[in-house]
Design a protein around this ligand. Structure first.
Ligand code: ATP
Length: 236
């Protein structure tokens, strides 16, 4: 059974259907890509999955349990964590303190310092651990956001364009990190415009266009799908 199951989700903003009867799933131990052109509905789908936006119809299940009516905090307690496209760090706090704030809300709050030390090590953030977040290059800031999400020990991790602003070496290290998180049993869902990263790390890719899922499959199939090429990859 998939850890995350989304079915029949529709969200409309006025007359614009940002999501139109969308279904998707994500499994533990796998990296699921969610791609599509600007405005396709990717962030809106993350908002629905994380509980920030209530769909007008459809369901979200987490670990077999219906969570459609639960708010973000309750979903977080059920193992969901996400990052945002726009950096949401506390700019004046150090990297360590940004992580500590999250760890103190998570299941390891009694060993928050230890949890933070582990994440700093896991993400290679030791050199910048005392730096204020607003002094970091964007690519490193995104890594701290991922660290904050990890501090709540998620089973489902939603990443919204985590590689934007990373250079080639950072993206390569990031791909290794994603693989190791999935290998440890996490379900990772990746919204990303860096097609090199998506195609190299994802086990399965869902493609959205104008609020509809237009293709689902492994990267090698998606890369050659004519509908996807016409809607998105032809320009990517
Ligand atoms: N709060 C909102 N109010 C009105 N329309 C919105 C709102 N949020 C999103 N939309 C619209 O919904 C559609 C989907 O937007 P969304 O941000 O989910 O796309 P996306 O695939 O994440 O795009 P991008 O790759 O540019 O981040 C777009 O047409 C967008 O203009």
């Amino acid at each position: 059974m998939a850890l995350l199951e989304v079915s029949g989700v529709t969200v409309a903003f006025g007359g614009n259907r940002a999501l139109d009867d969308v279904g998707m799933s994500a499994e533990q131990g796998r990296i699921t890509g969610l791609i599509g052109p600007n405005g396709a509905g990717k962030s809106t789908l993350f908002d629905v999955v994380s509980g920030l936006r209530r769909p007008s119809s459809g369901r979200v299940r987490l670990g077999g349990r219906e969570v459609t009516r639960l708010g973000p905090a309750r979903r977080s307690r059920h193992g969901l964590a996400r990052t945002f496209q726009r950096l949401e760090l506390f700019g004046r706090l150090s990297v360590r303190d940004n992580l500590l704030v999250a760890a103190e809300l998570g299941p390891e709050r009694r060993q928050a310092e230890r949890c933070v030390a582990r994440i700093i090590d896991q993400l290679g953030l030791a050199e910048v651990s005392d730096s204020p977040a607003d002094t970091l290059p964007t690519g490193v800031g995104r890594l701290v956001e991922v660290g904050r999400a990890l501090a709540v020990r998620p089973t489902l991790l939603l990443l919204d364009e985590p590689a934007a602003g990373q250079d080639g070496d950072e993206t390569e290290r990031f791909a290794t990190l994603l693989r190791s998180l999935a290998d440890d049993g996490m379900a990772v869902v990746l919204v990303e415009h860096d097609m090199g990263l998506v195609m190299s790390v994802c086990d399965e890719v869902h493609v959205l266009d104008l609020g509809k899922v237009i293709a689902v499959g492994p990267p090698e199939v998606i890369r050659n799908d004519e509908t996807v090429l016409a809607a998105y990859l032809g320009d990517a």
